[in-house]
Design a binder for this molecule. Structure first.
Ligand SMILES: N[C@@H](CCC(=O)N[C@@H](CS)C(=O)NCC(=O)O)C(=O)O
Length: 208
């Protein structure tokens, strides 16, 4: 087994899907959390000067979705054929279409633009994506997004909902998710998979 190191800030946002994949696969890795204060001294050593970064036997890989997809494929969580892999990719892209706007308005310092970003998320971004996730989950009797088992797409969706909990008010989260019971049930299902539940219990507490 190669030596794996995952570098990220002490938050879930763009690294938690990879951490979930390691947990689900039961594979050991170093979960290296670099504080925001220490980041400037690491930045120049990272590809694209950003994190997350995965190191596999010293080789560096950047970009959160490349990382999670690589790990999922290595550990059998990437879909059981190429079509399922493409579907997992499709749902992961849909999740990114929601995570991106959430991160942007959350870290927006201009109050007016922040409020506009939240409004747009609630009224445009979420209604453009969540109905299709709801339908897909309703059609798939397994309760997973793709095929009959867990893929990294499920773990990306779970992470999105966790990040929304940390970046939106309770009322806004309820307003955004209230019409999507299958999406809410999916979260409960994935969170209660034994290895995922174990990681959720063991991981460092973070707001998002
Ligand atoms: N497209 C990249 C985005 C990575 C990214 O935005 N990383 C942020 C944290 S979430 C970062 O490293 N910020 C620090 C900086 O840019 O100096 C990915 O998905 O990994």
């Amino acid at each position: 087994m190669p030596s794996y190191k995952l570098y990220y800030f002490p938050i879930k946002v763009r690294a938690e899907p990879a951490r979930f994949v390691f947990a689900a696969a039961g594979v050991k890795y170093e979960d290296i959390r670099i504080s925001f204060d220490d980041w400037p001294s690491h930045k120049q050593k990272m590809p694209f000067r950003q994190m997350p970064v995965l190191e596999v036997d010293g080789k560096q890989l950047s970009q959160s979705y490349a990382i999670v997809r690589y790990l999922a494929n290595e550990f059998g969580l990437g879909g059981k054929d190429k079509w399922e892999a493409a579907e997992a990719d499709q749902y992961t892209g849909a999740v990114e279409d929601l995570l991106g706007p959430v991160i942007r308005f959350y870290f927006e310092s201009d109050e007016k633009r922040k409020a506009e970003g939240l409004k747009k998320f609630k009224e445009e971004n979420a209604p453009a994506i969540l109905p299709d996730l709801e339908t897909a989950l309703g059609k798939n009797s397994s309760g997973f997004l793709v095929g009959s088992g867990l893929t990294y797409a499920d773990l990306c969706l779970l992470t999105l909902l966790e990040v929304m909990d940390g970046m939106l008010s309770k009322e806004d989260v309820s307003a955004v998710l209230s019409s999507y019971p299958n999406v809410q049930k999916h979260r409960q299902k994935i969170e209660s998979l034994p290895k995922i539940a174990e990681w959720i219990k063991a991981r460092p507490a973070t707001d998002y």
